[in-house]
Design a protein around this ligand. Structure first.
Ligand code: SF4
Length: 352
């Protein structure tokens, strides 16, 4: 088993980064070949206090047999890939690549406690982020482009991925946060079978771009505790131009409804740490490109006025943003204030 190699590498990484808050510092590249086996200590490592345990107790999850069955069903989809709405139909088990550019194995850029996520995920000991390379969206302004599009990472086996989850739990992280997971759901489920059997019990966070297939989401019912989708746009022409996803708005609305059906509104434990539920991210773009008003109306009227929404102001031009002149600047103070007004106007009140 590769567990101990992974954990030791993780230990070195953690000691280098301390509890810094910068994502780049918290996310050094993973060198799978140099990691060492994990000495798993039953999930009660540093910082794994009673707050975390009570969080996990708030959410029912499916048993190991059903989880194994979900993993098998998801892996079957890899040979004629319809995991996401692109329905590329490629055989990833035979080395064919679709839009996301990921084959049979997941590719991980980094894994570490992350202190820059939303407060209910970070708590005291951080969110246990695992950054996957590749993406099923083609955002020309991608804020994580070096990971999502340049794919700087290493292929990992099922056992290595499970070991990363357990290592993060051992460090006291309040959750395992799968970043850009849509195209690697089978690999995640497969690894969860191993990790759960070895004691993984913290909440699982599905941190995605919102371009999801209902069929795949249903495989995650009773597995994922916290869904954290982006809701990026409400205009098809914009989503096609900026992310090559002309049906984004319709697909995303259906996906968010399914996520909310599964987990409901965000619930936290007595320490304010997320236990289960929906947490939506919306990045405000220049020139009203994100269609913020319609997004907020949808969340308030068709999901719940109690939806936790992180209205994000940190857009900056990067990657290929210069291909569209509308993306050439950061948003103004006025644009951000208007986005917050949109949220409040529709009755939303959590997360901003
Ligand atoms: S997961 Fe990748 S290969 Fe599969 S349908 Fe989506 S983009 Fe295509």
């Amino acid at each position: 088993m590769e567990f101990n190699r992974v954990a030791e590498r993780f230990q070195q990484t953690f000691e280098q980064i301390g509890d810094g808050t910068d994502m780049k510092q918290c996310s050094p590249a993973l060198d799978v070949d140099s990691v060492r086996p994990l000495r798993y200590n039953s999930g009660k490592g540093q910082g794994a206090g009673t707050d975390k345990m009570s969080a996990s107790q708030l959410h029912d999850t499916i048993g190991l047999d059903r989880l194994r069955d979900r993993a098998v069903r998801a892996k079957r989809m890899l040979s004629n890939c319809t995991l996401c709405p692109r329905h590329c139909g490629v055989d990833r088990t035979a080395g064919e690549l679709g839009f996301c550019g990921t084959g049979d194995l997941a590719v991980v850029a980094s894994y570490s406690p992350h202190f820059g996520e939303e407060p209910p995920l970070v708590g005291r000991w951080g969110s246990g982020t695992i950054f996957f390379c590749g993406c099923n969206l083609g955002c020309i302004f991608c804020q994580n482009y070096d990971i999502s599009h340049l794919k700087r990472g290493s292929e990992v086996s099922c056992e290595e991925l499970a070991a990363m989850m357990l290592a993060l739990q051992n460090r006291g992280c309040h959750n395992i946060n799968f970043v850009t997971p849509t195209h690697v759901v089978p690999q995640i489920l497969d690894a969860l079978v191993v990790a759960r059997a070895d004691g993984l019990n913290v909440p699982l966070v599905y941190n995605c771009g919102g371009y999801e297939s209902l069929e795949t989401l249903k495989l995650l019912d009773g597995v994922i505790d916290v869904y954290m989708p982006d809701v990026k746009y409400s205009d098809d022409a914009v989503s096609e131009a900026l992310s090559r996803a002309g049906d984004y708005w319709e697909v995303c609305r259906a996906a968010v409804k399914e996520m909310h059906r599964q987990v409901g509104d965000l619930r936290t434990d007595g320490n304010g740490v997320a236990a289960s539920g929906l947490l939506v991210r919306h990045l405000v773009l220049p020139e009203g490109l994100a269609g913020t008003g319609a997004v907020m109306r949808f969340l308030a009227e068709e999901i719940s006025a109690d939806t936790y929404v992180n209205v994000m102001e940190q857009y900056r031009p990067c990657y290929r943003a210069d291909e569209d002149g509308r993306l050439a600047r950061r948003i103004s103070v006025k644009e951000f204030a208007e986005a917050l007004d949109d949220a409040r106007k529709h009755g939303l009140h959590r997360g901003f």
